[in-house]
Design a binder for this molecule. Sequence first.
Ligand code: KIV
Length: 272
Amino acid sequence: MRPADLIRFKQKGRTIIVLTAWDSISASIVEKAGADVVLVGDSLAMVALGHETTLPVTVDQMLHHAQAVGRGFTSAIKDQPLIVCDLPFLSYQCGEDKAVAAAGSLLKDSCAAAVKLEGAELETISVIKRLVRMGIPVMGHLGLTPQSVHQIGYRRQAQDLRSQEKLKEDAFQLEKAGCFAVVIEHVMGDLVSHLRHKLSIPLIGIGAGNDCDGQVRVTADLLGLTKEQPPFSKALIEGHSICVDSLKDWIQRQRFQEESPTKESIPEKPDC
Ligand code: KIV
């Protein structure tokens, strides 16, 4: 899968599925499930590293996780999902050279073939243009941008006319700068469908309704594994309790076996 394939999918009206992964196991699960794109999102700071926000994760840590994700795929290279890796906080806010070095190292030393970054401020647009000129495909991210949590919180974005106009303008700027797709997070209403129809690049939503060219989700949220479930991303299963209960059950059976004098008294389930 290549970035240009996603633009073809939009033209054909095929829904694009983007799922996050943070290690080899999660990568093999989302690959087998059929994701088009696997995002090594900086949400792994919270999902896999236990941080309160996405801010602390570094480029080296993102690289480490992106490498593990690449090793988790099992299909032939031509059939593998596209890996997009997030540029973490402070890797692209401190100048274009630093951003090229960070993005370049992710593409050079892992199987990631594109990067994602947040926002569309003047400086960010310049960074995107430079990355694209250097041959690094870029996915944009607007609406709720978690790297700005200390400024905007985790609330729904673009709720008034002025911020809706700004978000529209930002999306067009991202397209003009050369992004191959844009994530739109926690934004609702006509604005989303308007953007979807006006942009020639795919609009990938999370908490943005169904009128998008694709959907992105944090896999740990979908599987019910995260500590705090975002209101716009419902769990498909109670993954955390399923895992805890299964392990508890196994531990109980091991203890029972320890205490029981004979093998015959071990309860019904086979040994794992
Ligand atoms: O880091 C991440 O997982 C993301 C998604 C929420 C889009 O950016």
